[in-house]
Design a protein around this ligand. Structure first.
Ligand SMILES: [Zn+2]
Ligand SMILES: [Zn+2]
Ligand SMILES: [Zn+2]
Length: 296
């Protein structure tokens, strides 16, 4: 984040692909064509990113370079083989490097501009958010495609007691509850939301500020306020990086990442907003209204 940590300012990089977290501390670049792009609906991705689904690109490791901020990266082992990395300052998801396979996996929402590839398939639709319908024509796999020969790994949704809404981070150490009903839900495609979540867009459910109650692990909760932004910030689990509800005192609201919820919020999305900033590789196929900027 500080200027003196920079060797070359990013506008001088010649790399084809540039990525960063939302606070700007962690940065990376990449050259080769990507070999795969996919949406993942597994419950770990949904909790980690706080979204309806995650979006990844993958490619050969040889031309991937960290440019800054590797000391800020925290990595959580989601399973014996699964690793999830995030910026410890802002909670944004950052690339994972697989040295064994010589591959790098990047959160697509954190990358700038045209990626030269389009999403190819949906993974783990067997554990997708129940109310979410997939309307594009891409192949759907219950877990991994059979030809990958990979073992599926997933965590079941955690049931909430009747009459209570709530959820947790991806590792389950931080838990929260919400009283009453939300008054709004929207999908946001702005560059800040895409960077912070690493996916095509953020889906947020808005409750009254007083409705939010952390019931477990609040000492692990990390908050980040984006310098210079009127409202933008993030809350996340400092252990796993899972997106968590944020107390926005200025707005008098609790902003809950949809993917963090264990229960259906029972509200229809108002709109896709800031679609003028939408990622070029993502197409919107649901019938939800689209606004070029903020939806009122
Ligand atoms: Zn960051
Ligand atoms: Zn996943
Ligand atoms: Zn956690």
């Amino acid at each position: 984040m500080e200027a003196d940590t920079w060797v070359h300012p990013p506008e001088l990089w010649t790399a084809r692909i540039k990525g960063s977290c939302v606070c700007g501390a962690v940065r990376w670049s990449y050259e080769e064509p990507f070999s795969a792009m996919l949406y993942c609906h597994c419950s770990i991705c949904r909790k980690h990113h706080g979204t309806l689904f995650a979006a990844f690109v993958a490619g050969p490791l040889s031309t991937f370079h960290w440019r800054a901020g590797t000391e800020k990266i925290t990595t959580w082992s989601s399973s014996a083989r699964g690793k999830r990395s995030f910026c410890s300052t802002c909670g944004s998801k950052v690339p994972n490097v697989n040295h064994e396979a010589q591959l790098v996996f990047m959160p697509a929402g954190a990358l700038e501009g045209e990626l030269g590839i389009r999403p190819q398939m949906h993974l783990f639709v067997g554990s997708k958010a129940p109310a979410f319908e997939i309307h594009d024509g891409l192949p759907q796999h219950a877990a991994y495609p059979p030809e990958w020969g990979a073992q599926g790994l997933d965590t079941p949704a955690r049931a909430m007691p009747d009459g209570v809404s709530g959820g947790s981070c991806a590792c389950g150490r931080v838990r929260f509850e919400l009283d009453g009903r939300p008054f709004r839900m929207h999908h946001c495609h702005c560059g800040r939301c895409r960077r912070a979540r690493g996916s095509a867009y953020a889906s947020n459910v808005i409750y009254e500020l007083g409705a939010l109650r952390y019931t477990q692990g609040e000492d692990l909760l990390a908050d980040f306020d984006l310098p210079g932004a009127e409202f933008f910030g993030t809350s996340f689990c400092s252990r796993c990086g899972g997106a968590l509800p944020r107390r926005s005192v200025k707005r008098g609201a609790a902003v809950v990442p949809l993917g963090a919820l264990d229960s259906d919020p029972g509200i229809h999305p108002l709109a896709h907003q800031f679609v003028s900033f939408k990622a070029p590789w993502h197409e919107i196929h649901d019938g939800v209204p689209q606004h070029p900027e903020a939806a009122k």
